[in-house]
Structure formats: C-alpha cells, structure tokens
Design a binder for this molecule. Sequence first.
Ligand code: GAR
Length: 201
Amino acid sequence: MKKAKIAVFVSGGGTNLQALIDAQGNVIQSGEIAVVISSKPGVFALERAAKADIPTVVVERKACKTQDEFEQGIIAVLDQYDIDFIVLAGFMSILSENFTKKYPNRIINVHPALIPSFCGKGFYGLRVHEAALEYGVKVTGATVHFVNEIPDGGKIILQRAVEIKDGDTPEVLQKRVMEEAEWKLLPKAAEIVASEIMKGK
Ligand code: GAR
C-alpha cells in the first residue's frame, strides 16, 4: 500500500517526534516519516531521527537573513522528498502566511494546552504551562490542529483534557500533558490526515 509522505518539523528534544516514530506501523498505517527538518542544529530530535534511519535536514532559522530565505530552504527540502504533509512537533518558529497558504490542510501542529486557552504568539513550550498554573485553571490539555496564517488558529483535529494537581510545577505539568495527551493525540491525528490524503490519491 502506498503511504503519505510526512515531513516532521522539530526544534528541540523531540519527544513528540519519538511518539510518531514509535507509532509507525501501528497507529500510523497510512503515512510514513520521509524526512525530519530542524530549525536548530544539534538538537536531540535529530539523534532520534537518525537512530530510526530517517533522513534529517537542518534549516537553521538563525543562519537565514529573512523569513523568506528560511522558508525557501524548507520548501526545497519538501520538494526534494515529495512530501504530502507536514507535522509540527515542537517546532518553535512561526511560519508565514506565504508558507501556510502553500499547504492548506497539509500542516498540523501539537499545542500543549486546550486551544483557545494559552495559545497564540509567545505561548510555546514550558511558557504555556507556566501561564496555565499562573492563571489557576484546574484543567489543561493538548490540541492538535491544522496550521493556517493565525498562530494556533486553524481547525482543531483532536483535543484531550489533562487534570492539574496541587503542587504542580511547569515541568511536572508539561510531562503529564505530554504523556496523557500529546504523545497519544499527535500520532492519531497524523493517521487521520494521512488516510484522508491517501483516499484522494
Ligand atoms: C511540546 O510540549 C509541544 O507541544 C510544544 O513544545 C514541546 C516540544 O517538546 N510545542 C509548542 O509549544 C508549539 N507552540 P518535544 O520537542 O519533546 O516534542
């Protein structure tokens, strides 16, 4: 069976990338990771990909003079690997409207909160959990959504709630949200999108 070719974009530790790698052949049946693109060199996500024999490319945001140069570098890799869709898995650069318009319903992202809470510009990584704890919400979670020109603003695909417990630190909460929600939802959402794409082929 032909599979949808997935590019996973990363910038850090890559635990969500690992969840996707581990889901290949079980939760993910209709797609396969063809390349991992990192916006930062030397991150652990690149090692995870290499260990799974997945090609990696670094397109360093800091080394590019403009957003356009950065995105043209990424597009060249996507074309080279004939990519069907993109999964943002802890990707810490915002993509321009030019870029997102080129791939409508072909980019998904995992966000570590229940959108529309604690999302948008400035809400990423640990900061999201700091904000949730500071606000005092009793429930948080994770959301997988399509990516459009509005940060964290595209259509929601999957969402799951996670309880906040007394004494949680941002780090403790981040780990619970990852374990109970992100690592489960992201592979499921990737399969939903991959199977839709393959139906149309
Ligand atoms: C994850 O919690 C992911 O949801 C979040 O960063 C972490 C990356 O961890 N992404 C965002 O905040 C994007 N707005 P990972 O590198 O171990 O997957």
